[in-house]
Design a protein around this ligand. Structure first.
Ligand SMILES: Nc1ncnc2c1ncn2[C@@H]1O[C@H](COP(=O)(O)OP(=O)(O)OP(=O)(O)O)[C@@H](O)[C@H]1O
Length: 240
C-alpha cells in the first residue's frame, strides 16, 4: 500500500430523509500516514462519516479532499466493514484480486502474504474461520493500494485472542506502509493499541468533543502506556 495522503473533511450538512442533521459544519484535517481512531456512542454518525469519506454515500453538502483532490477523482480507499463481506463464490485470492480493476495476481498474492493468508489463497470463505475472513478482508483493502484505509469496527464479534492477533497484523501493516487510516471502534483498547490520535464524537449534530494525541510509537506501548491511554480515553468519554 502506498504511503497515505492527507485528508480534509468538510461536512456542511448531512442528514437522512430531512431528519435532524447528523453533521453540521463538521471539519477535520487528518495528517498523511496517521492512524485516527473515531469513538463515540452508538448512532452518533461514525459509520456515516466513513461512508461519506469513501464516497459510498454521496448525499451531503461539503467536500472530501484527498491530498487536495476531490475524493471522487481519487482512487477508491480500502474499506473494511463490520462483517468481512467476502463474495462466497470466490476464493480468498479472487476476493482480493477482483477488488481492483487492474490488480495483478502478484499484488493480490502479496497482500494475502502480508496478512498471513497466502497458504489459504485457494480456499473459499466458508472454509475460513471468522478471523481468517477478516484477514482476507484486510488484505483486499490494503491491496487497493490507495494509501487510504477506512476500518469500520473491523474486530467486532471476534473473540479476544483473535482481536489481539488482528491488532498485531494491523500494527505491522501500519508500520510498514503508513497508510492514512481511520478506525471506527467503540473499544478504547483498539484505539490505545493502534491509533496515534483519537477523536471522540458526541451530540447531534455530532461534534468532536475530544481530540487526543497518543504519541508513543505503537511498538513501544507497554502495558502501562496502554493502561494510561485507555484511562485517558475513558475519562474524556465520561466528560463528554
Ligand atoms: N441509510 C440510512 N437511512 C436513515 N438513517 C440512517 C441511515 N444510516 C444511518 N442512519 C442514521 O444515522 C445515525 C448515525 O448512524 P451511524 O451508523 O453512522 O452511527 P454509528 O455511530 O456508526 O453507530 P454504531 O456505533 O451503532 O455503528 C443513526 O441515527 C442512524 O439511524
Amino acid at each position: 500500500m502506498a504511503p497515505g495522503p492527507d485528508l480534509n473533511v468538510t461536512v456542511a450538512i448531512k442528514s437522512f430523509r430531512n431528519g435532524e442533521p447528523i453533521f453540521r459544519d463538521f471539519n477535520v484535517a487528518i495528517a498523511a500516514g496517521s492512524v485516527t481512531a473515531i469513538l463515540g456512542p452508538s448512532g452518533i454518525g461514525k459509520s456515516t462519516l466513513l461512508r461519506l469519506i469513501a464516497g459510498i454515500d454521496p448525499v451531503f453538502e461539503g467536500s472530501i479532499l484527498i491530498d487536495g483532490t476531490q475524493a471522487k477523482l481519487s482512487p477508491p480507499p480500502g474499506f473494511v466493514f463490520q462483517d468481512p463481506r467476502l463474495l462466497p463464490w470466490l476464493t480468498a485470492f479472487d476476493n482480493v484480486q477482483t477488488a481492483g480493476q487492474e490488480m495483478s495476481g502478484n499484488e493480490a498474492r502479496a497482500a494475502l502474504a502480508r496478512t498471513g493468508m497466502i497458504d489459504s489463497a485457494d480456499l473459499f470463505p466458508h472454509q475460513l474461520s471468522g478471523g481468517m475472513q477478516r484477514r482476507v478482508a484486510l488484505a483486499r483493502a490494503m491491496a487497493l493500494n490507495s494509501g487510504l484505509l477506512l476500518l469500520d469496527e473491523p474486530f467486532v464479534s471476534l473473540d479476544r485472542e483473535l482481536v489481539e492477533e488482528m491488532h498485531d497484523v494491523l500494527s505491522t501493516l501500519l508500520d510498514q506502509s503508513a497508510p492514512t487510516t481511520l478506525l471506527v471502534t467503540h473499544i478504547a483498547e483498539d484505539a490505545a493499541r493502534l491509533a496515534d490520535r483519537v477523536l471522540l464524537l458526541a451530540g447531534r449534530p455530532a461534534t468532536i468533543v475530544a481530540d487526543i494525541a497518543l504519541p508513543t510509537p505503537r511498538r513501544q506501548r507497554t502495558a502501562s502506556v496502554l493502561e494510561n491511554y485507555i484511562a485517558l480515553i475513558g475519562a474524556s468519554a465520561q466528560r463528554s
